[in-house]
Design a protein around this ligand. Structure first.
Ligand SMILES: [Zn+2]
Length: 218
């Protein structure tokens, strides 16, 4: 299996586990339901080889759902998916594979926080638009970046792209089989001026800020 296939396979596995847990949006509860032990520790890490697997969390991340819990849960799922062992084999050592392992676990985060029924409801109500991203933010108490990535990367074959501004600059981009006319960190005071009128692009202000979310659907 080629390395290109790993992200889509991993995300599909995350989705399958989520469906098995009836779309539990709270990763702390999901860990318990899967029989994974959660302990306090000096650092945040997982032991996947033990029976049961154990997630160690620093005291300030212990006892409730947060992005650190979601990240460590992502490590458990990556190990279970067998993709982690393939990565270690491909890159020659765990150390060499580690940056790619961390990147995949970060990619899982929006999928753990924002469940498939939430995305389906957002798209049913608002289509693949910036309003759907704001809906997901509020529904899942997710950061704008997390909600944007969840919508844009929902289907590996869809043509979607989106961005978030900070003042006059682009602070976040997400692209799935579709390009954007500007890139991350570029100065773009008027994003709407960059899109021809026939491009289906939507813009919504992030509540209580001056920053914009933009979404393009192919
Ligand atoms: Zn990690």
């Amino acid at each position: 299996m080629s390395a290109d296939a790993w992200p889509a396979l991993y995300i599909q596995f995350v989705k399958d586990i989520q469906a098995y847990l009836e779309h539990e949006p709270n990763s702390y509860k999901a860990l318990h339901r899967l029989g994974i032990h959660v302990r306090m520790g000096r650092d945040n890490y997982v032991i996947t080889q033990s029976k049961p697997p154990v997630v160690y969390l620093q005291p300030w991340f212990y006892g409730y759902n947060n992005e650190t819990v979601e990240h460590e849960y992502g490590h458990i799922l990556l190990a279970w998916s067998n993709i982690e062992s393939q990565m270690i084999q491909e890159y020659g050592s765990r150390e060499a594979a580690q940056p790619f392992i961390e990147s995949l676990c970060e990619q899982a985060l929006p999928f753990l926080r924002i469940t498939q029924p939430m995305v389906d409801e957002a798209v049913r109500r608002y289509g693949v638009t910036s309003r759907a991203v704001v809906f997901l933010m509020l529904k899942a108490k997710a950061r704008p970046e997390v909600a944007l990535r969840r919508l844009i990367y929902d289907h590996p074959n869809a043509e979607r792209a989106g961005f978030i501004t900070s003042g006059n600059y682009i602070r976040e981009v997400a692209r799935c089989n579709l390009g954007l006319p500007f890139s991350w960190l570029e100065r773009v005071p008027e994003p709407s001026a960059w899109f021809p009128s026939d491009i289906p692009v939507s813009f919504t202000r992030i509540p209580h800020t001056h920053n914009l979310i933009g979404v393009v659907a192919g």
